[in-house]
Design a protein around this ligand. Structure first.
Ligand SMILES: NC(=O)c1ccc[n+]([C@@H]2O[C@H](COP(=O)([O-])OP(=O)(O)OC[C@H]3O[C@@H](n4cnc5c(N)ncnc54)[C@H](OP(=O)(O)O)[C@@H]3O)[C@@H](O)[C@H]2O)c1
Length: 348
């Protein structure tokens, strides 16, 4: 690709570079030609010395420490909430902006929670940290955004079908190893998920809270409210793990303030940034993980007037949660920082 040699470039670090999301971050930075000057790949001590390809070169993985962020402009964190809590303060004190994929800071009122297609202006409110939303919330809201702008959505009832890579590399290995054990007649091992995931579905993601919903389900309510700046919207979610490698899907019913026709929903979605409509029942065309994996856009189909509720529409959504639910959204936030000249390097 031909590159503008005069463009400003930035030092980027990825904490969690060897993980399911981290690997995608490296790929997305390269594919979107993000203006990277130096890329630093950080992980735990067990990954020291591993090499990962970026722009035709191999980069050695280094151990994440509190001193890792000198001269770094943007730190993409994807190593879990406890690692974010331990290391992000040092990254921020070093003068860089941290974009965090974990849940550590999402509910902090001083930390913006951003989906660039929805609330890009919120990046300006940062105090050193910007959070990336929970993967299921990011995919659902990217699709529903244009409908919400047309007529406020008041209630959402959603059941998710979340893939094993949502639980990281170990989630993928557990599904593959269980399938292998079952086909070879060996005993299956269960460690990452609460039950066998091969040939099963598990209606349980994250820990249960006092109201009977899980934390993953409550994230869909709290994060939807924060991103849309709308405390009146309600979300009732049931989050389910399914034996799919990548891509989260969901069955969504939403109730709008004013009546909305299916024709209007189709018109809005066909013109929505980051959304692809795949809605032709006559051709059995609807989104599925096998066709959505690796795609940047989120997909919507099975769009119909809901027959149980007034002013309601039901649909099916699929999105690659390692991309729009994580790596892509994080890189899009970094692109907003560059576009709006928010980074320290832009002022010195
Ligand atoms: N997977 C998804 O779909 C998804 C979507 C949205 C958000 N997220 C969030 O993104 C984060 C990472 O998820 P993932 O799925 O990529 O997990 P993963 O595959 O398990 O990868 C975890 C990464 O964190 C690194 N790490 C773990 N402990 C560390 C430590 N003490 N110091 C430095 N690095 C450490 C690991 O390095 P080693 O390889 O050296 O162990 C690895 O690079 C989590 O917070 C998750 O909630 C994930």
């Amino acid at each position: 690709m031909k590159r503008n040699n005069d463009r400003k470039e930035y030092n980027v670090a990825i904490a969690g570079a060897t993980g399911a999301v981290g690997i995608k971050m490296i790929d997305v930075l390269e594919k979107r030609d993000f203006p990277v000057k130096n890329l630093k790949l950080l992980a735990s001590a067990s990954s020291i010395g591993k090499k990962i390809a970026y722009r035709g070169k191999e980069i050695f993985v280094e151990k994440l420490t509190k001193d890792s962020f000198k001269e770094v402009d943007i730190a993409l964190f994807s190593a879990g909430a406890s690692v974010s809590r331990e290391f992000i303060p040092s990254a921020v004190s070093s003068g860089c902006i941290a974009i965090d994929n974990s849940s550590a800071y999402r509910n902090d009122e001083n930390v913006p929670l951003v989906i660039p297609e929805i609330n890009p202006e919120d990046v300006r409110l940062h105090k050193g940290i910007i959070s990336n939303p929970n993967c299921t919330t990011a995919i659902m809201l990217t699709v529903l955004n244009s409908v919400y702008r047309y007529s406020r959505i008041r209630k959402i009832v959603v059941a998710s079908y979340q893939s094993v890579s949502g639980a990281g590399q170990k989630g993928i290995s557990e599904l593959e190893e269980q399938i292998e054990s079952i086909s070879s007649g060996n005993e299956i091992k269960i460690s990452k998920f609460p039950h066998q995931i091969a040939y099963n579905v598990i209606p349980h993601i994250d820990v249960f809270t006092e109201n009977g919903y899980t934390k993953e389900e409550m994230k869909m309510l709290y994060e939807t409210r924060k991103i849309l700046h709308d405390e009146k919207i309600s979300v009732s979610a049931t989050c389910v793990r399914v034996p799919v490698k990548s891509v989260h899907s969901m069955a969504v019913t939403f109730i709008t303030e004013k009546n909305i026709t299916v024709k209007k929903v189709l018109e809005l979605l066909s013109d929505s940034e980051g959304v692809t409509l795949m809605n032709d029942p006559s051709k059995n065309a609807y989104p599925m993980p096998v066709t959505t994996e690796g795609k940047y856009n989120c997909f919507a189909g099975r769009i119909r007037k809901d027959i149980a509720f007034k002013n309601a529409v039901s649909m099916w959504i699929s999105g690659d949660q390692l991309l729009k639910g994580a790596a892509l959204n994080a890189v899009q936030i970094a692109e907003l920082l560059v576009k709006n000249k928010i980074l320290k390097r832009d002022h010195g």
